[in-house]
Design a protein around this ligand. Structure first.
Ligand SMILES: Cc1ncc(C[n+]2csc(CCOP(=O)(O)OP(=O)(O)O)c2C)c(N)n1
Ligand code: SF4
Length: 329
């Protein structure tokens, strides 16, 4: 009898910590980001996952999409649970790395105190924030990571205001102020860059932090096949800069050779639709404001450069083929 053809998945030499078949929406950036992180982290990990979309769509009882030990924490204590897991593993003499996962609500807002404590106590944990810029799991409420002028259910656009009035919190600067060995921003549009940052963090003994820009087609109101394009434009216009920080100092950035106007990024998303209303002076002002924020990022981080274009060609193959089998130690 001839041997049956291997399925595509069996041919792929990669480790999948997060299986397909979960219940994320089509085109979910968070699902893609978590898969890329797990691939790069490799099998010898344990995960503490704060409540939010990632937890909900991967673990509808009695099913689970996780292939590693995984623990659901409360919204506010993901980093505290991760700290305890790491201390227990250390007491047992095990090298298994602890990963802590949270959305921006869990990270920027409600779990910030636990996260700060975890960093300050120098736990050997990689904390990954999947930043979809709102509380998506409970119906698109604004968080302190929601960008200025974005419409959410609790910052609607209308006569009174043009979406969220306040600015997106500068989380990386807050993390950098803890002077931990490594923190960085990454994007699902640049998977090789994202996975390189995960592998680097995995090799560090101590606290590390990664914030991954993860578009949410439902909350950002864009087509589900536009996730990568939306994420890429956020980087190319300067609104989501990709930077690396070691012990408080910027050590690397992804340069932008030809910055795009912020309009190119905003116009793909329904959450910014009110900024494109004709003859509305408030809309023009807000567009100018957002452009100024992007320009500020470009100047602050020195993103305008002669380096490589922010095009992650290796990354496209990464998504197709999967990363290396074991990416750490
Ligand atoms: C103390 C507390 N307040 C509120 C909730 C309800 N809640 C569960 S998930 C969630 C939103 C999660 O948002 P985020 O962390 O940004 O993750 P996302 O769902 O966007 O991935 C909220 C408000 C809760 N579980 N616990
Ligand atoms: S609501 Fe957004 S973050 Fe949640 S599963 Fe759907 S696309 Fe993903």
């Amino acid at each position: 009898m001839t041997k049956p053809e291997l399925t595509l998945r069996e041919k792929q030499p990669r480790f999948r910590g997060l299986e397909s078949g979960h219940r994320a929406c089509q085109g979910c950036g968070e699902a893609l980001a978590a898969r890329l992180v797990m691939e790069a982290a490799g099998p010898d990990v344990m995960v503490a996952n704060a409540t939010g979309c990632l937890e909900v769509f991967t673990t509808p009882w009695p099913q689970s999409a996780w292939r590693v030990p995984w623990m659901h924490s409360l919204f506010e204590n993901g980093a505290a649970i991760a700290s305890g897991m790491e201390a227990a593993l250390k007491a047992k003499g095990k090298n298994t790395k602890v990963l802590a996962f949270g959305g921006d609500g869990a990270t920027y807002d409600i779990g910030l105190q636990a996260l700060s404590g975890m960093l300050e106590r120098h736990h050997n944990v990689l904390y990954v924030c999947y930043d979809n810029e709102a509380y998506m799991n409970t119906g698109i409420q604004r968080s302190s990571s929601t960008p200025h002028a974005a419409a959410t259910t609790t910052s609607p656009a209308g006569k009174e205001r043009m979406g969220k009035r306040h600015l997106k919190k500068d989380m990386l600067s807050i993390i950098a102020a803890h002077h931990i060995p490594f923190s960085a921003s990454a994007s699902v549009a640049y998977p090789a860059d994202l996975q390189r940052k995960v592998r680097y963090a995995m090799g560090i003994e101590g606290p590390t932090f990664l914030v991954v820009h993860s578009p949410c087609p439902l909350g950002w109101k864009h087509d589900s096949d536009a996730t990568i394009e939306v994420a890429r434009r956020a980087v190319e216009c300067g609104l989501f800069p990709l930077v690396e920080i070691e012990r408080g100092a910027i050590t690397n950035i992804m340069p932008i050779r030809a910055p795009r106007p912020v309009r190119d990024y905003l116009e793909l998303q329904g959450r910014f639709a009110h900024l494109f209303k004709k003859d509305d002076t408030r809309a023009i002002e807000e567009l100018d404001h957002l452009q100024a924020l992007a320009d500020h990022n470009i100047d602050t981080y020195g993103l305008r450069g002669d380096g490589d274009d922010p095009v992650d060609t290796a990354g496209i193959a990464m998504v197709g083929r999967g990363g290396p089998l074991v990416g750490r130690r």
